[in-house]
Design a protein around this ligand. Structure first.
Ligand code: NAP
Length: 305
């Protein structure tokens, strides 16, 4: 029998993974932030997955952060800004040889977590799947996508990838996970902040082509400098392709700001600007974009870290 999937964070992606693993008969336990959240969850009777308007409920067992059970495998499914603190609160429960799968978008939080639990194996993930919470404990599977997984410190694939295959979670093990994460970060930096500042859908950026091109040129330079030449290849073309293909969509950052939610800016544009500074590389347009976005968030009463 495969070992238990502890899943920290029963939000959108955490619930999506939990329901699919449970449906495939894999042992799953949710880790919730407080006794109050555990009580709410218990009263709800489990998680509900909504897929093409079909609702299926799963009575997945749950516990709080301070439960006693040892953790062999942890899917960390909180936001990037919560990752380090969340892992710190369960670090004492990690069994020898424990593995963590880090679902966070952007870069920087993975290194914070790895430094927090140096004896655990940290596997980085980059997901293009889309899910959102309609209510607490109910997740809507909104966009089919893919999951790339990899460990920058060890190219050997873990045996539990079979669990993902049996659960119908589309995935591939890649030695180039950092290239994937950098590429996704660059796409995000070129699109999402501008949609917030111009208050538009992704397609609205067709009216700001020169600005997007200038940002792409700086981002491609940064990727080269960070040892990620593959992530820099044809960046502007792909950014323009994504803008066209998702023209009717609002970016995730736009939606966060619109709904008064904290963004992951620190691990996206913030990470890009900090990396440039570390390399002594001036990127004036990207830095100006960062300052404008920070001002915008602050003026809306939202944190910018
Ligand atoms: P989300 O819906 O906000 O869920 C995050 C969950 O983490 C919440 O349920 C929150 O608990 C929980 N949490 C935070 N700190 C915790 C702690 N200390 N202990 C226990 N639980 C804790 O976020 P999400 O959309 O799933 O995103 C997770 C990550 O995946 C992000 O980095 C995001 O960028 C990335 N991602 C998301 C999607 C998507 O479609 N949603 C797609 C690709 C990548 P409470 O409910 O109690 O607040």
């Amino acid at each position: 029998m495969s070992s238990t999937w502890h899943i920290l964070g029963a939000g959108s992606l955490g619930s999506l993974w939990a329901c699919r693993l449970a449906r495939a008969g894999k042992p799953v336990r949710l880790i919730l932030r407080s006794p109050q959240r555990l009580q709410d969850y218990t009263e709800a009777g489990g998680l509900t997955l909504v897929e093409q308007e079909r609702r299926t409920s799963f009575a997945i067992p749950a516990e709080t952060l301070d439960a006693e059970t040892p953790i062999q495998r942890l899917l960390l499914a909180c936001k990037a800004y919560d990752a380090d603190k969340a892992v710190a609160s369960i670090a004492h429960r990690l069994a020898p040889g424990a593995e963590l799968i880090l679902l966070q978008n952007g870069l920087g939080s993975q290194d914070e977590v790895a430094a927090r639990v140096p004896r655990a194996r940290c596997i980085f993930a980059s997901s293009t799947e889309g899910a959102f919470r309609e209510h607490d404990w109910q997740v809507n599977f909104a966009g089919h996508g893919f999951n790339w997984l990899g460990d920058p410190a060890n190219p050997l694939a873990p045996t539990w990838l079979d669990d993902l295959a049996e659960a119908g979670i589309p995935h591939e093990w890649t030695p180039d996970i950092l290239t994937r994460l950098w590429r996704k970060l660059a796409l995000n930096c070129a699109i999402n902040p501008l949609t917030v500042l111009y208050d538009c859908r992704n397609g609205g950026l067709t009216g700001h082509r020169c600005e997007v091109a200038t940002l792409c040129a700086e981002l491609a330079d940064l990727l080269q400098r960070c040892g990620q030449p593959q992530a820099a290849e044809n960046l502007e073309n792909e950014v323009q392709r994504v803008i066209q293909a998702t023209a009717a969509n609002y970016s995730s950052m736009y939606q966060d700001v619109r709904n008064g939610r904290r963004t992951e800016i620190h691990y996206l544009l913030g990470h890009a600007c900090r990396s440039a500074m570390r390399h002594g590389q001036p990127l004036p347009h990207l830095e100006r974009l960062y300052r404008r976005l920070v001002e915008h968030l602050n003026s809306h009463g939202l944190p910018s870290d």
